[in-house]
Ligand binder design. Sequence first.
Ligand code: TTP
Ligand code: MN
Ligand code: MN
Ligand code: MN
Length: 370
Amino acid sequence: TLPDLVYEPRYKSRFACERYSPLICPNQDLVKELHIIKLAREMESEERSALSYSRAISAIKAFPEKIKSMSQISDIPYLGDKLTGMIQEFLSKSTISQARQLSSDTRYQTLISFTSVYGIGPHTARHLYDLGLRTFDDLSRYLGSDDNAEGSGGSFAWREGLRLRDELSVKIPRAEVEEMGRLVDNALQDILPGSESTICGGYRRGKLESNDVDIVFTHPQGQGNKANNMIARLVERMRKDGLITHTMHAPSVRSKGSLRPPTNHDGWDTLDKSLTIFNLPKTSPYYKGIHRRLDLIYAPREVYWTAVVGWTGSTMFERDLRLWAKQKGLKFDSSGITRRRDTKALYATSERDVFKLLELEWIEPRLRNA
Ligand code: TTP
Ligand code: MN
Ligand code: MN
Ligand code: MN
């Protein structure tokens, strides 16, 4: 038989992990407009609707040419009647009326600004909005009044989040991300020589500016999920050096001495991690006195490359990696790949090997901006 000579463009795939998704696509203006509607759905916790928009946006990101007529889009997956109508509107007016309405809507604007406070999600933001709060000043007055009903734990975290909000909303340029990576690696080599670390997240996908820094690390002898509390030791070391000022989530500390198995606490993976607030030393040439968000993730040696793939993202790419794996009889998350029928663990020896095990064609990090 003849080989299949019909070239199937990748953008047609229903799986983001098969498509090439550049950081900036030819239809970026359309994507921006749809993104507003998606965010509005997220703010209202309309998860299904938000996911439909995410899927459509992600599919459009992989389309290789500028959309000029409706005839071009028939092969793009996830474009139902509603989305098709919006694209039609965009082609004639260069805007989408629903997106325009939303961007000038007080509720939308307020919910977006409240969720920009670390620790405040859509649910809390809606609650605060319903109490009549509209500005950060309203929010600080409310938190300061001590007659709020949120309980001390919640309001303490928000107060810190609010205090740091302006700093944490400043994006991090690549050079500073790299400086942070060096400082983390130095600390790591001090406590455990021979450790290895990779800066993942948006930085690895080529973003010029990141919202935070995600670093996955391991050690050649590191086995088991906790591996001598590597996360706790690294965080403690960096705290002593003044590099880390806050830790928001540290499962290793909470479950210290506990015999419970690792839990899939955040719905992502079971890896040991700490979500921290980082501060460059004054001696650094990049020092600007701005706190940064830093996520540290420890991966046992045998799942290091799976963790690197899992934390490189994008979120849609990760979501579809999980669905793709399922369809192949496998289970994928950052903490490992397992075969479903016998729960046998499959270990990858490189990033490319992760793709190979999943029977996926290689896609470089910069094309994973799904
Ligand atoms: P994020 O840091 O949330 O996002 P990002 O790095 O893509 O973009 P930026 O920080 O500039 O806003 O997450 C990094 C990747 O890690 C994300 O694409 C999916 C994955 N991830 C997890 O595996 N577990 C988690 O708990 C989160 C939040 C993300
Ligand atoms: Mn938030
Ligand atoms: Mn990130
Ligand atoms: Mn992160």
